[in-house]
Design a protein. Structure first.
Lengths: 229, 229
DNA sequence: CCAAAAGTGTTGGTCTTACACCCATGC
DNA sequence: GCATGGGTGTAAGACCAACACTTTTGG
C-alpha cells in the first residue's frame, strides 16, 4: 500500500521524502537560556515561528548540513553540535513530505551576528522556557531539546561552549542555575566542579562592584562525559 | 554547491536522498544477547551481513516503518521500539544515497518465526558481543545500539520486553548480567529490584533440579524511567 | 561603614557495596 | 546425603545535602 497514494501526494519527489535538518540553537543572553527562532515566510505556516533548518545537500552529510545552518544563521563555527531525533510523520509538513533530523547546537552569545537570509521573514532569540506555539511539529522538537540539554548538563562538560574563555565560579554556577531552573548550593557546587579537575584558575578580576572573584578557564574545550551534579 | 553533482551521482532521486530504517532487533537466546542479521543479496555488499531494514513507505511514519520491519522479519508485534540515531553520510551506501534512521527493538525469544523474505539471502541470530564485520556503516550502528541498551537497562524497566510473562529473580538477574556483561551481587540485586515495586510475586515453580524459586511478573508491561541498578 | 558578592568545612543522613550461612528440593 | 540454586541481613565506607560566618572590595 501507499506507493500510488504517495506518488499522488508528493509528485515532486516520486514518493521519496525530502530530508532536512532543523536546529535548536541555544545561547545564554540576558540571564536566560535562549534559542534561535525564524519566522516562516511562505506556505501554510507563513507568519509562524520555527527553528531554522533546510534541506540536506546532495554531497553533504547530516552533520555538515547542520553545521552549515548554524554558520549561516549565526556566523558561529565549531560550537557544540549533537543530533537529537528524527521526525518523519507524513503529515508533519502539509506542503510536501519532509523527514527532519533535528540537532541541538550551543553557541556563545558574544560575537554572534544574526542573519535571516532571504528565506525567512525574521529571526530572533527567544527564552527557551517560554516559546510561542511553533510551526510544523517544532513544539515537540523544542521540548525534547530542552530536556536533552538539561540532562546532558549534569553528566558532561558541554557548558564550555556557552561560556567565554574566562569566567568566575559565580558565573558558571549562574549558568547551571539558569538552565536547570533551580538554585544550587554554592559551596557544594564549587566543591564538585573543582574536584572534577576540568578547570584551571587564572588571575583576579575586578567585578563592577564588590569583592573580586578568581577567574577560571576550561582546561580542555571539547565534549567529555563526566558526572557534574 | 552540490546540486549538479548530486543530480549526477543520484540521478534516480533527483538529488533527494532515499530514507530507510535499519533495525537492531535484540533477543535473549541460549544465555546470550543476540541480534538479528540478514545476508545482503545484491550490490557491492552482496554476501555480507547487515541489520535488516528497508525504505520508508510514502504514507508511513518512521516508527511505523520500523515496526513493520520487525513484524516482517520476526512476526513480533508490540515489542519495545526506540529510535537510535540517523546516519546520513553521502558515501555510506555506494549504490545510491540513503539516509538511514536506525532503531533498537527488543523481542522475546519464544514464538519468534524468522522470515528472510526474498530480499535477503539468509537470516540469523548472532551474539551481540561478537558481531562479524557488517555491510554499510552497520558496525557503527551495532556499537551504538549495544551501548544504548546497556545504559537504558540501568534506568528503565525495558527488560520486561525480553522476558516471558513469568520468571524467577534468578532468571531476571541472569538477564541483567548477560546484557551488562558483569556479575551482580544477588542480595543487593533482589533488594533493589523488589524495592522498586514493579514486580508482583506469583506462586512457586519447579526448577528442573533443586529448590523451587518464586515466580514473579511485571505489574505493568510498558516502558518506565526508574533507577534500576 | 555599609552593601554585595566571594570564599570556605563540617556534620548527619542516605545510599552503595561487600560479604556468608542456612534452606528446599531432585537425584 | 549431597549437589545445586534459593533465600536472607548487617556493617563499613562513600556520597550527598544542608547549613553560617568571614573576607574583600566599591561607593
Amino acid at each position: 500500500m501507499g506507493q500510488v497514494e504517495s506518488y499522488h501526494r508528493f509528485p515532486d519527489t516520486q514518493g521519496h521524502p525530502r530530508v532536512a535538518v532543523d536546529l535548536v540553537i541555544y545561547t545564554l543572553a540576558r540571564r536566560a537560556l535562549r534559542c534561535l527562532l525564524v519566522q516562516v515566510k511562505e506556505g501554510p505556516f507563513a507568519g509562524k515561528w520555527a527553528f531554522p533548518g533546510g534541506l540536506v545537500g546532495g554531497e553533504e552529510s547530516l552533520d555538515q548540513a547542520a553545521e552549515r545552518e548554524v554558520y549561516e544563521r549565526t556566523g558561529a563555527r565549531n560550537g557544540y553540535l549533537e543530533q537529537l531525533y528524527t521526525f518523519g510523520k507524513p503529515e508533519r509538513d502539509p506542503a510536501t513530505r519532509v523527514v527532519s533530523v533535528s540537532y541541538l547546537a550551543l553557541v556563545p552569545h558574544h560575537g554572534i551576528q544574526l542573519n535571516p537570509a532571504s528565506k525567512y521573514a525574521d529571526i530572533r532569540w527567544c527564552r527557551a522556557a517560554a516559546l510561542p506555539g511553533l510551526a510544523y511539529d517544532h513544539d515537540q522538537v523544542g521540548r525534547l531539546a530542552l530536556k536533552r540539554i538539561r540532562s546532558k548538563l549534569q553528566y558532561t562538560n558541554i557548558v564550555y561552549s556557552l561560556l567565554p574563555a574566562e569566567f568566575t565560579l559565580g558565573e558558571l554556577q549562574e549558568v547551571y542555575e539558569t538552565i536547570l531552573h533551580r538554585p544550587l548550593d554554592r559551596r557544594n557546587f564549587r566543591k564538585k566542579i573543582l574536584a572534577l579537575g576540568l578547570l584551571q584558575r587564572l588571575r583576579k578580576k575586578r567585578r563592577g562592584t564588590h569583592r573580586p572573584a578568581a577567574l577560571y578557564a576550561f582546561i580542555r574545550r571539547r565534549p567529555m562525559v563526566i558526572e557534574m551534579l
